[in-house]
Ligand binder design. Structure first.
Ligand SMILES: Nc1ncnc2c1ncn2[C@@H]1O[C@H](COP(=O)(O)OP(=O)(O)OP(=O)(O)O)[C@@H](O)[C@H]1O
Ligand SMILES: [Mg+2]
Length: 222
């Protein structure tokens, strides 16, 4: 599903964000990326999502070499990937329903189909009763579930989440992790970046440990 071969990333600054990373994430995997602040977790997700290009190395996602992907093809590549950010990135003036429907609307899907899909996914994350609420009226955990619903509405083969529980208390964080696990059980490969090492270790045996851009360890269950 994801393969990195000797990948390095240097931003404009001289210190490299990632140094010579080689790793493989299998289809159907449930993998965490952990490490201290500045370790390169977000950078690694951005490379996989093609939001940043590697300075060196090859990255294969779904058989596509995204180190060389042509910019006009990036939106098509991303359609199969769901992303969840720490700060949710919900549109404040749109309802929960509209926030989740948005991804399908822009693909020009029929109204009736969109409605059925949105109801289904909101029900699944336990938020159907909040479908007409605006995001600022929701709790942090509810907003996070809306962001997750939006990320999975298109049945992505891969779900990337950057610190998805960074703003949540530990009980809510566990609920969100269980939701990710359920998404994984439906067949989606899930990759979650978190500085919370104990959370990662609680939920998976597949953990990528980064430290100042270096791959320290990749404990692989298989
Ligand atoms: N857009 C950018 N321009 C320049 N340097 C950057 C940029 N983004 C990240 N960096 C640098 O790259 C390194 C890795 O950053 P990254 O955001 O990937 O770390 P992280 O592990 O996600 O940290 P955190 O836990 O704080 O989110 C850091 O030294 C950071 O300062
Ligand atoms: Mg980060």
């Amino acid at each position: 599903m994801i393969q990195l071969h000797q990948v390095s990333k240097v931003y404009d600054t001289n210190t490299p964000a990632l140094v010579d990373i080689s790793l493989k994430i299998d289809k159907g995997g449930f993998v965490f990326i952990t490490g201290p602040s500045g370790a390169g977790k977000t950078t690694l997700l951005k490379l996989i999502f093609s939001a940043e290009r590697p300075s060196k190395g090859e990255i294969l996602v779904n058989g596509i070499n995204i180190a060389r992907i042509k910019p006009p093809l990036i939106p098509y590549f991303r359609r199969k990937i769901g992303v969840v950010f720490q700060d949710f990135m919900l549109i404040k003036r749109k309802t929960v329903y509209e926030n989740v429907a948005f991804a399908l609307d822009i693909l020009g899907m029929k109204r009736k189909f969109v409605k059925r899909k949105v109801w289904q996914v909101l029900k699944w994350v336990g938020l159907l009763q909040k479908k007409d609420s605006l995001p600022p009226c929701l709790s942090g955990g509810e907003q996070q579930r809306v962001a997750i619903a939006r990320a999975i509405i298109n049945n992505p083969v891969l779900l990337l989440a950057d610190e998805p529980t960074g703003n949540l208390d530990s009980a809510l964080s566990i609920e969100i992790m269980k939701l990710f696990r359920a998404i994984n059980a439906r067949g989606t490969t899930v990759v979650i970046a978190t500085h919370n090492k104990s959370m990662a270790e609680k939920f998976s045996e597949n953990i990528i440990y980064l430290d100042r851009g270096h791959l320290k360890e990749f404990s692989h269950a298989q």
